[in-house]
Structure formats: C-alpha cells, structure tokens
Design a protein around this ligand. Sequence first.
Ligand code: ADP
Length: 173
Amino acid sequence: MPKQRIGLYPGTFDPMTLGHTDIIERATKLVDRLVIGVAINRDKGPLFDLEERVEMVREELSDNGSQLNNCEIDVQPFDNLLMHCAEQHNASVIIRGLRAVSDFEYEFQMVGMNLRLNSDIETVFLMANDKYQFIASRLVKEIARLGGDISAFVSPSVAQRLFGKYGLPAGGA
Ligand code: ADP
C-alpha cells in the first residue's frame, strides 16, 4: 500500500471562519488525511473554550462526513508543542494559511524554528480565495460584539454562536 500523506492544519479557530474552511478544502487536495489541530492557546484568551471550538469545527465540516476530496478529516484538540503534535499524528506536512503581508513575519520565524525541531516536517502555505483572504477571527469577533453583519465571514451557525456569546439576537443587533 502506498504511504499515506498526513497533514496537520493547526489554528485557534476562535471562531472558525470561511477563510479557515477555504484553506481546509484546499488542503484536502494535497494530503490523504488531514488532522485539524485546535490549539488551546491560553495566551490568546479565546472567546470560545477548547471544547466549543472543537465542536464548532466538527459541525462546520459535518456536511462532508469525515471525508472531503478523498481525504479523511479528523478534528483534534492539542495542548502541546506544534511539532510534537505533528509527530504524534505522523504528519509529514504542516498546513498554514497566508494572508497578505500580515502573517508573513510570524510564519517565517515559526518555520525557521520548527525546522530546527524536526527538519523532516515541511510547512506548506496556502492562500484562500480572494473573497476570504482578509478575514481574521479577531476582527469578526469585534464586528459581532458590536452587532454588525458577519454573514460574509462565517457560516450562519458560527454567527449564531458568536451573537449568543455577546448576548445578542441570532441576526446581530
Ligand atoms: P487567526 O490567525 O485569524 O486567529 P487561526 O490562528 O485560527 O486564526 O489561524 C489558523 C491558520 O489559518 C493560520 O495559518 C492562519 O494564517 C490561517 N487563516 C486564518 N484565516 C485565514 C484567511 N482568511 N485566509 C487564509 N488563511 C487564514
């Protein structure tokens, strides 16, 4: 049997946006199995706790079952070092999304450091469709908190969860 190529797509997903979904769809064309690693990320002080974020990502992908483009998808929380998480799942590729210039500096440093931890694991960067490239979870939260229209950035069920967190009606203020 040919070797399975396993990818790890790590993120905070606080909340999951249409940008994340787009990157996941693209990643499934590159690997046989995609592990979506939902990071606990205490430092970022997430709005949704880890269990809620794992549930949200699973729910967003549930239309596809656990398969998309012949790729098996598995959503898992992680609380350890990214490279350890990749090794634990036998991933040979880490998938990251890249937005305009804002992500570059941080990602550049991460790849440099990660390659020193394990030089066998490559990081691959994907760009979302231009409709989604500017979406950032942080800004979506800010707009939702103020009751704005977030329907172009997240799915209806994520929007509902977000407005719920801020005590607003399902469609915003
Ligand atoms: P954020 O950076 O918005 O807090 P995450 O930490 O959940 O989101 O991001 C996980 C990965 O998804 C990162 O590689 C990030 O660059 C990528 N990503 C997030 N939003 C987008 C987007 N709109 N387009 C492309 N990549 C994205």
